[in-house]
Design a protein around this ligand. Structure first.
Ligand SMILES: CC(C)(COP(=O)(O)OP(=O)(O)OC[C@H]1O[C@@H](n2cnc3c(N)ncnc32)[C@H](O)[C@@H]1OP(=O)(O)O)[C@@H](O)C(=O)NCCC(=O)NCCS
Length: 188
């Protein structure tokens, strides 16, 4: 089906194309072409992503299918906003899955791999930003165990938008994932 592995320098170009495709699918209908292009040129070029992959504070996990990237998660050690409760926390900066893979369970497996990685890096909490109108993502995060703990501005090109800040203890994320797997096994 799929495998999850760490990104390497040579993945930067394909990762940029996938990130751009997912970004346009998700946010293109709600934003101007010029704002989308400004953002993509700042965030998703092969050069920018090569730098992100090499950043010692960042980890990128790729979901691969038949040798192609179909989704990815980017976590980074950064200062958590004051609204994030609890102990040591890691930011989930990106969590992107290609449209063809939505609803397949891949996102849950990728998040489970993020949890394991974040825990291995010493985190007890995971936190993230999500656009207030990204209802599918918000629902996904809520069912996985995240709560909304705050909000912050987010700049997309020239447009200032509102993001929610969501956070969860990694123990809770693990428990909810394992309960879901157990229910799936019972049914089959
Ligand atoms: C966010 C993402 C990783 C979630 O993965 P996914 O495979 O789509 O998630 P799932 O299908 O397991 O869960 C989505 C949930 O949202 C629900 N949903 C779908 N559209 C919705 C909408 N418009 N409003 C509310 N809920 C919605 C689905 O029914 C499902 O809930 P359910 O399982 O209770 O029925 C994926 O959609 C994605 O990559 N999106 C594009 C990039 C993105 O937005 N990333 C997050 C940035 S913070």
């Amino acid at each position: 089906m799929w495998e999850i592995r760490a990104a390497r320098g040579e993945d930067a170009s394909e990762l940029g194309a996938v990130a751009r495709e997912i970004f346009y699918d998700t946010f293109g209908p709600s934003n101007s072409v010029s704002d989308m292009e400004i953002y993509c040129s700042e965030e998703f070029t092969p050069e920018v992503l090569a730098g992100v992959i090499a950043d010692p504070d960042t980890r990128i996990l790729l979901a691969m299918h038949e040798g192609r990237i179909v989704g990815y998660a980017q976590i980074r050690h950064s200062e958590a906003p004051a609204c994030v409760p609890g102990g040591p926390a890691i930011e989930m900066k990106r969590f992107y899955v290609l449209k063809a893979w939505h609803g397949t369970g891949l996102a849950g497996e990728l998040l489970n791999a993020v949890n394991a990685k974040a825990r291995a890096e010493g985190a007890e909490w995971l936190w993230l930003n999500v656009w207030e109108h990204n209802l599918r993502a918000i629902r996904f995060y809520e069912k996985c165990g995240f709560d909304t703990v705050g909000e912050c501005p987010y700049v997309l090109g020239t447009d200032i938008q509102r993001d929610f800040i969501m956070a969860a203890p990694i123990d809770d994320l693990d428990r909810i994932f394992n309960e879901k797997i157990a229910r799936t096994r019972q049914r089959s």
